[in-house]
Each structure stands twice: as C-alpha cells, then as structure tokens.
Design a protein around this ligand. Structure first.
Ligand SMILES: Cc1cc2nc3c(=O)[nH]c(=O)nc-3n(C[C@H](O)[C@H](O)[C@H](O)COP(=O)(O)OP(=O)(O)OC[C@H]3O[C@@H](n4cnc5c(N)ncnc54)[C@H](O)[C@@H]3O)c2cc1C
Length: 405
C-alpha cells in the first residue's frame, strides 16, 4: 500500500521546511521528503551562507511562531548604504525613517535550519522522509505519485498536491516537464566572515565595483558577512590569496570602512538566474529556488521564496477549511496569478542590478551615479525601494501580517 497524504513537500531546505512549519496548525496529512539530513556536513542548504532577512520575512517567521528561536541568532540592520566604486553618488536607507526597528536581520542559514528542524519532528501532522530522494513522479487528474529512493529501498507516496522546494536544479520541476529560462552571469560570489577594525554600526553596505557588487552585512561581535562578487575567471585567484592579501582586496573596494583584522575560510558559489516558465502543473506547485534562483546582489532569493510559502500556506489552509481538493486547478491558477507580479518585480530588479552595475562604459557609470543620487533625494522613489527592501509590498498574506495562515 502506498502512503497517502494531502500534501507532499519535496525538499527540506529553508523554503520547504518553512512551508511544513507554516502548516503546523492545519489538520492535514503532510509529508516532507529531504535527500540529505539537515545536520549532515554535505547538506547543501544549511551551509556557511549568511542571509539578509527582510523585515517582512521576520513577520512571516513571527506568524509561524518561529521568531523566538531565530531572534538570538539574528543581527538587526539599522542602515543600508548603496554606492559604486570610483564614482560619485550613494543612496541610504534608515530603519527610523521607515518606522521600523530594523530594515532586516542578518542570520546564518545554519541557524534557520536548526530552528526549523528542531520543531518539525514534533509536528503531529507531519511525516519526515529523510534521507529520501525523489526519483520519479506521476501527475494526473486524480493524484500525484512520488517514487522515492530511501535507505530501506524504494517507496511510493501519493498526494493531492506536491510542492517542489528542491532548489535551483529542482528534480521535481524537471520530472514535471516544466521548462526554465537560465542565464549564466559569468560571476561567482565568494563569501566569508570578516572582522572590521571599526564598529559596523549595524550598517549593511552594498558597493558596486567593475567586476561585480560587494556586500557587507553586520553581524554579532563586530563581525560582518561578506559577499564578494567577481568574474568567474577571477574566482580561483581570489580563493588562493592568503588572508592578508584577501582583506587588502576587500579594503580597496570599501576604502571608507577602514581595515579588517580577521577573515574566516572562504567559499565560492557560481551565479546564475534560473526562472521556471510556469509555477504549476497538474497537482504541482513550485516554490523558492525551484521556481526562481536569483543573483544574491540584493539579498532577495530566500525572502522571495518565503513569500511563496506565505501565499501558498494561506491558499492551502483556506482550501482545507472549505473542504476543496488541494490539487484543484483553480487553487493552482490562483497561486500562479498571486505570485507572478512579485516574481516579475523582484527578479527584474535583481537582474537589472546584476547587469547594469558591471557595465564599464564611462557614461553608464555617470548615469548610475546620478541614479543613486536621485534615488536618495526623491522621496517616492526611495519609498518604493524601501518597501521592496522591507518585503512589504502588498497584497500581504496573513503570515506576513504576523498571523497564522
Ligand atoms: C552567496 C549567496 C548569498 C545569498 N544571500 C541571500 C540573502 O542575503 N538573502 C536572501 O533572501 N537570499 C540569499 N541567497 C539565496 C538563498 O540562499 C536561497 O534562495 C535559499 O537558500 C533557497 O532555499 P530553497 O529551500 O528554495 O532551496 P535549497 O536551499 O536549494 O534547498 C533544496 C533542498 O532540496 C533537497 N533536494 C534536492 N533534490 C532533492 C530530491 N530529488 N529529493 C529530495 N530532496 C531533494 C536538497 O537536499 C535541499 O535540502 C543567497 C544565495 C547565495 C548563493
């Protein structure tokens, strides 16, 4: 007999695990399928990355009741400073001007993983299949069948609805026959934790340079998380530098920040844009990186995925309340319609930043400088940027208002 569920979530990274958690209070039979145990050193989601969580994402975690577990690991961002190397022009955002206590929080992905996976095994409506890998998928009008490879041999699960949260390469997306647009930026993000000599004053810096953007996010104990974007052909050389030479490169790109005294081991990620052409198929919805993998320049990838979670959890909870089939085409079409504008806006904004700030022609650099100055001076433009950064663009689902779905 196949195990039968209302909902099967494939992928227990931060997006899939958040969806499972968001539905903790809903009387459904849910399964979470994850290939790599969360504490395994090879776990691809919960690694050295440190994420900038938008204010709106904090609200979503509050709605899930998870924020008290995350708060001790989260450092507030009080100010954001955006500038470009070797050119005039800068724009600044301040939490107090936006009427919030923090524009966002900086948190290690491992802390998100630990908080989520501490709660999930206790969740009464959830079965966890881990380690278990989805290898085949059948989708038809009556049900979805998921074929898994587990340590105890093959297993098959049936579900009314499958949610793919299995990352940028998404086997579920591929098995469902959903095409994606893919652009290789030809860049890599080298990440590390650095300790500046001067206090960071809870300020996040985004600095655009000729080879790509560089971000510095404030953390506890005076440390900062660094995301140093370089052309792919510069990656090996940057990783091979000794610590002193590496820090000198960082200092050269952020001169007004002073020097640095320490750096952690470095790690590189190739950067590409992946966007699914559709968000749904029969009895299937895509979320998180499975739907959209972004350049990290504006720190939007997980925030966008968490907003997918908030919308989908609400649609699922509402359907359950009125007794509708969770895999009904109307529910899936409404999810696709609800998420498209946010995806278009966030992907468009991120892709624009990733491309326009590496163009080298002098007039372009000048215009970028003017753009940053204009953004800083023009209240409506700045407000638009702030709302986007805060992750508070309406319509807000219940979770994003701090309520249960
Ligand atoms: C350098 C860098 C910096 C970033 N900074 C930020 C930031 O500041 N703010 C922000 O919002 N975002 C940021 N991001 C983006 C963010 O890391 C991702 O958007 C987020 O981790 C995606 O989560 P996910 O759960 O969708 O996918 P993933 O984390 O990829 O999780 C997918 C899960 O699915 C599992 N899986 C895969 N295949 C199968 C299968 N066949 N069967 C079962 N399970 C499977 C995997 O083991 C994995 O656990 C950054 C990304 C990078 C690279």
């Amino acid at each position: 007999m196949n195990a039968r569920y209302d909902l099967v979530i494939v992928g227990g990274g931060p997006v899939g695990a958040s969806l499972a958690r968001a539905l903790a209070g809903v009387d459904l039979a849910i399964a979470l399928v994850e290939a790599v145990p969360p504490r395994d050193p090879g776990q691809p989601s919960y690694d050295e990355r440190v994420l900038a969580l938008a204010h709106g994402s904090r609200r979503i975690f509050e709605g899930m009741g998870l924020w008290p577990r995350l708060a001790p690991h989260a450092h507030p961002i009080a100010h954001i400073h955006v500038s470009q190397r070797g050119r005039f022009g800068a724009t600044r955002l301040h939490a107090h001007e936006e009427g919030v206590d923090a524009l966002g929080h900086v948190i290690p992905t491992r802390a998100i993983g630990q908080a989520l996976w501490a709660e999930l095994p206790r969740q009464a409506n959830l079965d966890i299949h881990c380690p278990a890998r989805l290898t085949a998928l059948e989708l038809d009008a009556t049900a979805a069948r998921l074929h898994l490879e587990t340590d105890d041999g093959p297993r098959t699960l049936e579900a009314a609805l499958v949610v793919a949260a299995d990352g940028g390469a998404s086997p579920t997306r591929r098995l469902a026959g959903i095409d994606s647009e893919e652009t290789d930026y030809g860049q890599s993000a080298v990440i590390a934790t650095v300790t500046p000599e001067r206090p960071h004053r809870d300020t996040a810096y985004e600095r655009f340079t000729e080879s790509g953007p560089l971000a510095l996010l404030p953390m506890s104990e005076g440390r900062c998380s660094l995301v140093f974007t370089v052309r792919r052909d510069e990656e090996d050389a940057l990783l091979a530098l000794d610590d002193g030479a590496f820090l000198a490169r960082v200092e050269a790109r952020l001169p007004h920040q002073g020097g640095y005294v320490r750096v952690s081991p470095r790690r590189a990620y190739p950067l590409r844009l992946v966007r699914a052409r559709r968000l749904t198929a029969s009895r299937l919805a895509l979320t998180g990186n499975a739907a959209h993998t972004l350049h990290p320049v504006a720190g939007q990838g997980f925030n966008l995925g968490l907003r997918d979670v908030a919308h989908l959890a609400e649609a699922i909870a509402d359907a359950h309340r009125v007794g509708t089939d969770l895999g009904a085409p109307e529910l899936l079409a409404a999810y696709e319609r609800a998420r498209r504008p946010d995806h278009d806006r966030t992907i468009g904004f991120t892709d624009f930043l990733a491309r326009v700030f590496v163009l080298r022609a002098p007039p372009v650099g000048h215009l970028r400088g003017l753009g940053l100055v204009a953004l800083n001076l023009c209240a409506p433009l700045k407000r638009g940027l702030a709302r986007h950064t805060l992750g508070l663009t309406p319509p807000l689902p219940r979770l994003a208002r701090g309520l249960a779905p």
